[in-house]
Design a binder for this molecule. Structure first.
Ligand code: GLN
Length: 283
């Protein structure tokens, strides 16, 4: 079969089996073909009349089998792009999501380019947020923590490959290992899905670490914990930025106000959904 035929046939199969939209399915098959052939997508597009020959055919077929069983593309190929950088991605970490780039942008808007700033990322996972911030703000000193040693290992690999001298990775359950350290900005994409949400049993999410997704009956347990402890770790006049679910803006704003934060507001993502709430620790 030619590459074009494989693409047409297997996109349809993926679309049906995993209930993907046709463009998504086609893109995913292209990604798997490129992985098996060791080529870039631009090459594939120009050479799609060539046959899918061994040994690539066999490795492609193994990759396709994994995808048809539901495993997310980012775990199969072991990487995902986020904020223009490539992150190693294993089942120990949440797969970086495009909507989380909003959190990075909002953080960068509050970090000066020309002076030092102490930044903390809570629950860093792959390190996507912390590394994106550290690379964009070389003068900032970024600390990133995670309670999962396996996740920290992935973050360490990413930090080493992407060369981020201004990042410190630490094993910590939220603020647990940070002592009395204070910061000029705290950012987090914590777990925030309701424990009983059927979303957790479907699609790619089933393969991701539950500890990075679910957070009690209303999904806000970890946000409550973070917001309660954050004021002691924020210098006066500093911001806390939290990602949350599209229906948790009001809940998150209430929590931030209860903890004494001012200038509390929620920012919508590109899909128009409430996604990040921010609060200021008054000076
Ligand atoms: N946005 C993710 C999802 O809906 C959840 C990420 C998180 O809990 N931090 O799958």
């Amino acid at each position: 079969m030619t590459l074009a035929e494989v693409l047409a046939q297997d996109s349809r199969r993926l679309q049906q089996d995993l209930d993907l939209d046709p463009r998504e399915a086609r893109l995913e098959i292209q990604i798997l073909l490129c992985e098996a052939l060791g080529v870039a997508r631009s090459w594939l597009i120009g050479h799609d009349r060539e046959a899918l020959a061994e040994p690539a055919a066999q490795s492609y077929s193994a990759l396709l089998t994994r995808r048809l069983a539901g495993e997310p593309i980012a775990y199969i190929i072991g990487r995902r792009e986020f904020f223009g950088l490539e992150f190693k991605t294993t089942p120990a970490v949440l797969i970086p999501r495009p909507e989380t780039e909003l959190l990075v942008e909002l953080a960068l808007a509050r970090i000066p380019e020309d002076q030092p700033c102490k930044v903390l990322d809570l629950g860093t996972g792959s390190g996507a947020i912390a590394i994106s911030i550290a690379r964009s703000r070389p003068l900032a000193a970024v600390t990133a923590v995670d309670q999962s040693p396996q996740a920290l290992g992935v973050a360490r690999d990413n930090a080493a490959r992407l060369q981020v001298p201004n990042l410190c990775l630490l094993h910590s359950d939220w603020f647990g290992a940070l002592g009395a350290q204070t910061f000029d900005l705290i950012v987090s994409n914590p777990p925030y899905v309701e424990a009983g949400d059927p979303h957790l049993q479907r699609g790619d999410v089933r393969f991701e670490p539950l500890s990075a997704l679910a957070s009690g009956a209303d999904g806000l347990d970890d946000i409550r914990r973070i917001a309660a402890a954050a004021p002691q770790h924020l210098n006066p006049g500093s911001w806390l930025l939290l990602e949350h679910g599209y229906n948790q803006g009001e809940g998150c704003r209430d929590i931030l106000r209860q903890q004494g934060f001012s200038e509390v507001e929620t920012i919508r993502d590109l899909a128009g959904l409430e996604r990040v709430s921010v609060g200021l620790r008054a000076a």
